[in-house]
Design a protein around this ligand. Structure first.
Ligand code: C2E
Ligand code: CA
Ligand code: CA
Ligand code: CA
Length: 282
């Protein structure tokens, strides 16, 4: 039998070779995705529950690679973060999302409609992010108030000082801030309350259970988050709303905004524009 080398003894397997080759070739492809025009955005509407109108849309990145087919964001975003590619990619997303919003506004969309953009921890930790955002808003002549940045909860805890500095600049700029996947990290509402943030997006894992007869914990956690957020002056968005029963629960407990397949799946730009023009008031 072949002798095992010292470095990779026992851990070597042909699968690892194949996985690491695939990883390397995906990184190379991702590096060229922008110039090859393989990236696109889809837009998922968020419904305001008391006003009955679409309050915002969230831009979600899609990669349709010539070489790798459709790669889900859950796979390529981490690669982009590890390699630093998330910086040019994230800038492309911001620019494209703003461009789309400008087109919708020119075609008569509600001037109050917001565009929500996901910002990775790697982007947030760069000191030039606020300048980048300000430059893109200026380029498209958009009022800062229509842009909402979604940040994940964990970065606000792990890099509290840097994050706080950035948040204050955004507050000054007039851009609003949502905490994404709220409830999955370990931050307390009393801590978040001291940050200049506007909105909590309650993670889908809680919403999944709110109308399930055997899952009282999720219902209790969700209604408690909504009630406490209200006391602290923060708006609440429920992620991943898939059923009428979940929507009814959220309405009953005073959640402000709902997003999920029950309202709309993420849509290509033109389809989303059509949805905005024709969505019946609820
Ligand atoms: P996220 O920000 O939490 O986005 C919500 C995800 O849930 C999206 O998945 C969306 O398509 C999906 N979703 C929405 N409603 C429902 C529902 O009712 N049921 C189910 N099962 N799923 C629902 P997607 O588009 O695959 O994105 C996954 C994650 O990738 C996002 O999670 C976000 O963390 C990241 N991501 C996507 N686009 C970007 C981007 O432009 N920049 C950054 N940094 N991250 C992004
Ligand atoms: Ca998000
Ligand atoms: Ca989420
Ligand atoms: Ca549960």
């Amino acid at each position: 039998a072949k002798r095992r080398g010292k470095r990779n003894y026992a851990r070597y397997s042909p699968d690892m070779d194949r996985d690491s080759r695939r990883r390397t070739s995906r990184i190379a492809a991702l590096r060229r995705a922008i110039e090859r025009e393989e990236l696109s955005l889809v837009y998922q509407p968020e419904l305001h529950l008391t006003q009955g109108r679409i309050h915002s849309v969230e831009a979600l990145l899609r990669w349709n690679s010539t070489d790798h087919g459709t790669v889900p964001p859950g796979e390529f975003i981490p690669l982009a973060e590890e390699t630093g590619l998330i910086i040019p990619l994230g800038e492309w997303v911001l620019d494209q999302a703003c461009r789309t919003l400008v087109a919708w506004r020119a075609a008569g969309a509600d001037p109050a409609l917001k565009m929500a953009v996901n910002i990775s921890a790697v982007q947030l930790l760069r000191s030039d992010l606020p300048d980048t955002v300000a430059r893109i808003l200026q380029r498209h002549a958009l009022p800062p108030g229509v842009l909402e940045l979604e940040l994940i909860e964990s970065v606000l805890m792990s890099h509290a000082e840097q994050a706080l500095r950035r948040l204050h600049v955004f507050r000054e700029l007039g851009v609003s801030i949502a905490v994404d996947d709220f409830g999955t990290g370990y931050s307390s509402l009393s801590y978040l309350h001291r940050l200049p943030i506007d909105t909590l997006k309650i993670d889908k894992t809680f919403i999944d259970g709110v109308a399930a007869p055997d899952d009282h914990d999720d219902a209790t956690i969700t209604s408690t988050i909504i009630a406490m957020a209200r006391t602290l002056g923060l708006a609440t968005v429920a992620e991943g709303v898939e059923t009428p029963a979940q929507l009814a629960f959220l309405q009953r407990h005073g959640c402000d905004i709902a997003q999920g397949f029950h309202i709309s799946r993420p849509l290509p730009g033109d389809d989303c524009q059509h949805f905005l023009e024709t969505a019946p008031a609820r």
